[in-house]
Design a protein around this ligand. Structure first.
Ligand SMILES: C[S@@+](CC[C@H](N)C(=O)[O-])C[C@H]1O[C@@H](n2cnc3c(N)ncnc32)[C@H](O)[C@@H]1O
Length: 299
């Protein structure tokens, strides 16, 4: 059994690695496969995504159909969180659109399919991602014969090399209009400075702008079981060349968001997500543990 000090060393050690230059994000592929598994294996669906299986490619989709590991408790809980975080972001987006928001920026989009099934007439979508991952996504789209709508603009950015503000400048995004942002599965891979600079930029957008993002909790605030689960997940993503390096205290993060200028925040942990999206199911699908926390913040 690992000691707390060993676990912290492991987390620090993997944080010294960097996302492998020049290749697409393996974690983006993994989480897209989890969403595809949700379409195949869970009923009712928390996230109804008819493109999720197509975008991962036929080989990965065939593998999913015959992989018994998908029925393991960890796999089920993990894909429950993947489905819930996308569903929450899309629900919050729908509320923003109802209030007149017409721009949606998906930060670190990976193989997210929202832009290709966008149900909101007049909503412009901007997909921001690390350039090699965005190039790979465009190949996946082409291979799956998924058309790129005119409402979508691709914006290749490395968050660690360029601020979101300068990266978005040539994209045609109107920074004088309220805008909704999603940032799912990305903040743990960034430096604190990059994360806070990005959130501060969003906080300065016009009223009715908002963001939904998830984050990893400081291991010191977790119980031993949760720390062990985080260490296991950290080890796995580090093997993909994408180590976790940023952790938050949820309450302090809410204070920091308010200080930046967000006037309302909402924090959702497993309990709230289960009450909102997984109640009355007969298959027992649930978000477990406290690895993933979701936050929404509104200007
Ligand atoms: C775990 S994936 C999540 C993808 C997507 N949001 C989803 O939920 O399917 C992490 C994403 O963050 C992006 N990312 C990580 N570090 C980045 C950086 N420095 N600049 C731009 N994108 C980055 C990766 O390219 C990848 O698309």
């Amino acid at each position: 059994m690992q000691s707390r000090a060993d676990e912290n060393c492991l987390i620090l050690e993997i944080a010294s690695l960097n996302m492998q230059e020049g290749t697409f994000s393996k974690t983006a592929n993994r989480v897209a496969i989890r969403r595809a598994a949700h379409q195949l294996l869970d009923q009712p669906k928390v996230l109804d995504d008819p493109l999720a299986l197509r975008i991962i490619g036929s080989e990965a989709a065939d593998e999913l159909r015959s992989n018994p590991k998908e029925h393991h408790a960890f796999s089920r809980a993990f894909r429950a969180f993947m489905a819930a975080r996308s569903r929450y972001a899309e629900d919050e987006l729908a509320r923003a659109v109802a209030q007149g928001v017409r721009q949606f920026v998906i930060l670190g989009a990976g193989l997210d399919t929202f832009a290709y099934r966008n149900p909101h007439p007049g909503l412009r979508v901007f997909e921001v991602d690390h350039p090699p991952t965005q190039a790979w996504k465009r190949e996946q789209l082409q291979a799956a014969h998924i058309p790129v709508p005119r409402s979508l603009t691709f914006v290749p950015i490395d968050f660690e090399q360029q601020t979101l503000e300068t990266g978005l400048a040539p994209s045609g995004l109107d920074t004088n209009s309220p805008t909704f942002f999603s940032w799912l599965g990305v903040t743990p891979y960034l430096t604190r400075e990059t994360c806070m600079t990005t959130l501060s930029f969003i906080a300065k957008m016009p009223a009715r702008s908002g963001v939904v993002f998830d984050f990893a909790v400081d291991p010191a605030l977790l119980n031993p079981g949760q720390r062990q689960a985080l260490a296991a997940l950290s080890k796995r993503v580090a093997r993909y060349g994408e180590p976790f390096q940023l952790f938050f205290d949820p309450e302090k993060l809410q204070d920091e968001l308010k200080n930046m200028g967000f006037h309302r925040t909402e924090l959702l942990q497993g309990k709230e997500l289960n009450a909102r999206y997984f109640k009355d199911r007969t298959d027992g699908l649930l978000v477990r543990g406290s690895l993933g926390h979701l936050m929404s913040a509104w200007v």
